[in-house]
Design a protein around this ligand. Structure first.
Ligand code: AMP
Ligand code: MG
Length: 291
């Protein structure tokens, strides 16, 4: 498989023309050999582990991975599989759920802003501020809980949020954060299958909540919100990748490929010792060797 093409293929390059219906959730970029693709995932996981070591040692760049998807698309399992090789010390995962009272007392970016990765670290957002143009858009009554002064809530609010998110992400990238955003695109039918599994297998029951079915009933509204969000917040500095999610093996591989390629592009290196410090280290080594 042509790795380079895969990344460009899933990246939203022409946001103005983006249509969700052009993306097939069962796409595998022509790959059908599951075992081979799983082997490639393993290689990517190893590459990621090496890249992370440099990221951590250099401690200049941060990497922010944002995952958005409908329920049961596989956010949790993708995070688990793709980041298995990563040193836990260099990685932080945050899941954003229904906002707490404290969170609602602030603007919607606040809770995510405090979880941004430090330099040298990989931060993972399992859901993010994008929920505020997705679930909140599908349920406009959630806006009331945000207690935004009345005159400020107009029909322009979603467009304004897109602008603010783009500016926020630009600010982060200008300060050394690599941002990669993944929409895991699962089909309505595949979600049904996965819900049924969650309901029938005891070990999966905990993953299901009754609210998941009411959200499923709003599927079309969600798809409109996702499409609009991707159209307005796919930028060269913080692109969206629409990853087909019906085949989990392909989804995990594609996500891993995007991350490896983007981190590779940072040109990470282990920090070089300046000559005076290098001489100091050589001196200590000589002393230890002479003991
Ligand atoms: P899960 O990720 O399945 O544990 O579910 C978390 C739930 O929190 C999802 O149903 C999200 O839609 C919901 N959620 C996340 N962020 C927000 C938000 N800003 N406002 C309302 N609901 C949210
Ligand atoms: Mg859920």
């Amino acid at each position: 498989m042509k790795n380079k093409q895969i990344v460009a293929y899933h990246r939203v390059n022409r946001p103005g023309r983006f249509r969700l219906k052009d993306c097939h959730s069962d796409d595998t970029f022509g790959g059908s050999d599951r075992a081979e693709i799983e082997g490639q995932l393993e290689k990517n996981v190893e590459a990621l582990s090496r890249l992370q070591e440099k990221l951590y040692a250099q401690s200049e760049w941060s990497v922010l991975l944002i995952f958005q998807a409908m329920d049961a698309a596989g956010k949790d399992s993708t995070i688990k599989h793709v980041l298995t090789g990563i040193n836990p010390q260099g990685c932080q995962v945050f899941s954003f759920k229904v906002p707490s009272v404290e969170e609602l007392a602030h603007d919607y970016l606040w809770r995510c802003g405090r979880c941004l990765p430090e330099r040298g670290k990989i931060g993972i957002f399992n859901r993010s501020y994008y929920e505020d143009v997705l679930v909140v858009r599908v349920h406009p009554e959630y806006l009331d809980r945000q207690r935004i002064p009345e005159g400020l809530v107009t029909p322009q609010i979603w467009k304004q949020r897109f602008e603010d998110v783009n500016a926020f992400e630009k600010h982060l990238t200008r300060n050394g954060t690599l941002i990669l955003k993944f929409f895991l695109h699962v089909s309505y039918e595949e979600q049904r299958e996965r819900f049924l599994k969650r309901l029938s297998q005891d070990s999966k029951n905990w993953k299901f909540s009754l609210g998941d079915v009411s959200e499923r009933a709003l599927w079309n509204k969600y798809m409109v919100a996702y499409e609009d969000m991707i159209r307005h917040t796919s930028t060269p500095h913080a692109p969206w990748y629409v990853i087909p999610a019906d085949h989990k093996w392909y989804m995990r591989f594609a996500v891993s490929r995007v991350i490896v390629e983007a981190m590779d592009g940072l040109g990470l290196t282990f920090p070089k010792m300046p000559p005076p410090q290098r001489r100091g280290l050589d001196e200590v080594r000589r002393l230890l060797e002479a003991e």
